[in-house]
Design a protein. Structure first.
Length: 205
């Protein structure tokens, strides 16, 4: 884990400097006092500042990344794992060669890994974490594919005046279809069936 050292007139000042450098609160670090401050002779000669070392402790996301690294290593897949924490969620992106095995059919393996990564992260966190796992922008490309499919199938339903039943999809993919066609002038959508065979129906209004 990342370690930083800092000095200050007091241990508290040195710790504050280190926390600023790391950009975290004190509950995220382990503090080791390397040297206590001393005033020296007459308060001048031989005076020494306090010196501390702060070690950044792993949080839930760190544990999730470590879990994913172990899984990809076990699958003999060489990947780079990047994380981006913003907008209330954590995006973890996998990049490298031969990612097809990690993505799986229609992203099913990626979804399974995302589910497990969320379990690992929240087991080691005192706040709720939402992790989105992606691989070389697969989710963006899949969303675009599903939105295009929604438009085509809505047009088919409107022309034929018959309901269109799509293939079974995960809950997250069904949500994309519903959102895309929400407010459509000619069709409405609903889900039917039981998991894992639950699917979206595009019905005539």
């Amino acid at each position: 884990m990342k370690k930083v050292e800092a000095t200050g007139k007091s241990v508290e000042e040195a710790v504050r400097k280190s926390l600023v450098t790391l950009g975290v609160s004190e509950d995220r670090v382990k503090v080791t006092v390397l040297e206590q401050p001393s005033k020296g002779l007459f308060g001048l000669i031989g005076a020494k500042e306090a010196r501390v070392q702060l070690e950044l402790l792993p949080d839930g996301v760190d544990h999730a990344v470590a879990f994913l690294q172990e899984v990809t290593d076990a699958m003999h897949s060489t990947v780079e794992i990047e994380r981006d924490e913003s907008a209330g969620e954590v995006l973890i992106n996998l990049s490298g060669a031969n990612l097809g095995m990690l993505i799986g059919r229609r992203g099913q393996t990626l979804d399974a890994l995302q589910y497990l990564a969320n379990i690992v992260a929240n087991r080691h966190s005192d706040r709720h974490l939402r992790i989105v796992l992606d691989a070389e922008q697969f989710r963006k490309r899949r969303r675009e594919t599903l939105e295009a499919l929604s438009d085509r199938m809505a047009l088919r339903a409107a022309k034929s005046r018959k309901d269109v039943v799509l293939e079974p999809m995960s809950a997250s993919e069904r949500k994309i279809i519903h959102a895309k066609l929400q407010g459509h002038p000619n069709v409405r959508t609903y889900s039917q069936g039981d998991e894992p065979n639950r699917c979206v129906v595009i019905a005539i209004k």
